[in-house]
Write a protein that binds this ligand. Structure first.
Ligand code: B12
Ligand code: SF4
Length: 484
């Protein structure tokens, strides 16, 4: 093995169990290296019961040229710990970090962890060049575009690497060496319940890279430099056909913004039709792209649901998030989804710095209005309360300037005062706490009201009682423990 690629579990595995996901980025890196004759090993610690010691032993035995570790902000401490242990046992191995967190906080990361280098942004070509330079070259990393590395006591920032022009040239992400059954996705309950489609074993793909928007809480624009590139329709549907042959019965299209370009969507739909394919599809998109004619075509090839970022019902908060959208556009999109019988799932961010109770009320109101249009709408991500702060985002920079973070802040250290959940700093102020409480209460009220609206008074209570009776004992034991 010349290169070992590692993906990490979340900090608190149990809390994130539902998020165990196929590490697509590593899949692409694997394909790229393997097609150039590099012997690649893969270790997904989300699905393999390897301890840090097991991994460091494996590295000591295999002695790869480099070990690549992929992680996000919430699980970064796992990466730092693992790199430290590997270095302790096998100091000569080159450790490279990649992925969203390292890309957006490269200097802080390289300066304070055991990593030797960081691949910023798109990884395929950069990782291959880094590998060849280390394995066959002079070891002079100056020539490798797109990395930040340590040279003795110095930190060297190389020029950025241009983005790959032809995404299809990357091939399909490698899946064979992963335990794919562990990543199987299910369509949301609201879709499964309709029982029109069998879609309990879905895979995920991406058909494009990048998003043209710059929402102030989102780190995507920094990885993909705000440019959108697409796979061809032929390539996408070829991948879908491979996945269907592997036994999947539905597809999640997890592009940042799948429906951004109408031409891209229509050529995908045409290709699906040409091949006589109609399978349950779920995608992510923005409300402003939800138009009847485009979504009618998507519906024809199987679209059953879409996740949309609603974030807030208050224009002031939407502007703060730089969403470029209005509550009216949201309602218009929900109406289109309702007319086409496509289930909408919305995500919300509550408790951001400028949010007042009036803004909270406006969000609650929009959720109610959405439910009136589409009762099966999913107010997804449980109204994500508390704004998670990721490095490199506009909100993060502003909070730094306003001294929200401790003076000596480094993403490599733990600070009790700024972490509320899962090691990601969450914006928190006294008003956030009141807002949180309001959301909780209102959410219960809305759920009861919506339940009654859907099933009638008696139907709703019968349903709730059934649910309570069917819950296993452990569920109540856990809830009881939590509330104590
Ligand atoms: C699909 C997706 C999901 C899926 C699947 C996640 C997965 N494990 O792949 C689901 C829905 C499960 C999910 C969940 C979450 N996600 Co998510 N997700 C995405 C999304 C839209 C696409 C990821 C993807 O497949 N990209 C395509 C591949 C090709 O890119 P890539 O993985 O980044 O890899 C490339 C490079 O980064 C680099 N690279 C990556 N790793 C490495 C390693 C080495 C060694 C090297 C050299 C290079 C390298 O090379 C790769 C190929 O070019 C991204 C946004 C985005 N567009 O990237 C957000 C994103 C990664 N998610 C994000 C977040 C916050 C989360 C959650 C924490 C959300 C939450 N609060 O619950 C969870 C955590 C899940 C987990 N277990 O880790 C944030 C991360 C921000 C941050 N700084 O950490 C992002 C950037 C979105 C955002 N709006 O900011 N997510
Ligand atoms: S939140 Fe969505 S629309 Fe906004 S920048 Fe991120 S991916 Fe793009």
């Amino acid at each position: 093995m010349e290169v070992l690629l590692i993906s990490l579990p979340s900090r608190k595995e149990k809390e994130y169990k539902s998020n165990v996901a196929y590490p697509l980025g590593l899949g692409y890196l694997y394909t790229y290296l393997e097609s150039r004759g590099v012997a690649v090993g893969i270790l997904d610690l989300q699905t393999e019961a390897f301890s840090i010691t097991d991994v460091s032993r494996l590295v000591a035995k295999e002695k790869p040229v480099l070990v690549g570790i992929s992680f996000l902000t919430h699980n970064r401490f796992n990466a730092f710990q693992l790199a430290q242990k590997i270095k302790l046992v096998t100091p000569e191995v080159h450790i490279v970090f990649g992925g969203c967190h390292a890309t957006n906080a490269p200097i802080d990361t390289i300066a304070n962890t055991a990593a030797d280098s960081i691949v910023c942004g798109e990884g395929e070509v950069t990782l291959y060049e880094l590998y060849t330079e280390l394995a066959e070259g002079t070891g002079n990393l100056r020539r490798v575009q797109g990395i930040v590395y340590r040279d003795g006591k110095d930190i060297i920032i190389n020029p950025e690497r241009p983005l790959i022009k032809n995404l299809d040239s990357l091939g399909f992400p490698h899946r064979k060496s992963f335990r794919m059954e562990a990543y199987s996705l299910k369509m949301p309950e609201a879709i499964l319940k309709r029982q029109r489609y069998k879609s309990d074993n879905c895979a995920y793909i991406i058909t494009s890279r990048g998003c043209p928007f710059k929402c102030s809480f989102c780190s995507t624009s920094l990885i993909w430099k705000n440019k959108v590139r697409f796979h061809s329709a032929k390539h996408i549907v070829d991948e879908i056909e491979i996945l269907l042959k592997m036994g999947y019965n539905g597809i999640f299209i997890y592009d940042d913004f799948f429906t951004f370009d109408r031409r891209h969507v229509l050529s995908f739909c045409n290709e699906m039709k040409l091949r006589g394919l109609k399978i349950p599809l779920f995608c992510w998109g923005r409300v402003d792209s939800v138009t009847y004619d485009t979504f009618e075509k998507l519906k024809e090839v199987g679209l059953v649901g879409i996740s949309i970022g609603i974030e807030s019902g208050s224009q002031k908060i939407l502007d703060y998030f730089q969403k470029n959208q209005t509550p009216e556009i949201v309602l218009k999109a929900v109406k289109v989804l309702k007319d086409l019988d496509i289930v909408g799932k919305g995500s919300f961010i509550g408790g951001s710095p400028p949010e007042t109770l009036l803004d909270t009320y406006r969000t609650i109101r929009i959720i109610e209005r959405i439910y009136k249009i589409q009762p099966e709408f999913i107010a997804g991500s449980g109204y994500t309360i508390g704004l998670q702060i990721h490095p490199g985002t506009k909100i993060c920079d502003e909070l730094f300037k306003s001294n929200y973070f401790p003076k000596d802040f480094s993403w490599t250290k733990k600070y009790k005062e700024v972490y509320e959940r899962l090691g990601v700093p969450v914006y928190s102020s006294p008003s956030t706490k009141i807002i949180k409480f309001t959301y909780k209460i209102m959410r219960i009220v809305i759920e009861i009201r919506n339940g009654i609206r859907k099933k009638g008074f008696l139907g709703f209570f019968e349903n709730s009682i059934n649910r309570i009776l069917k819950q296993p004992k452990e569920y109540y034991a856990k809830r009881f423990k939590k509330s104590r």
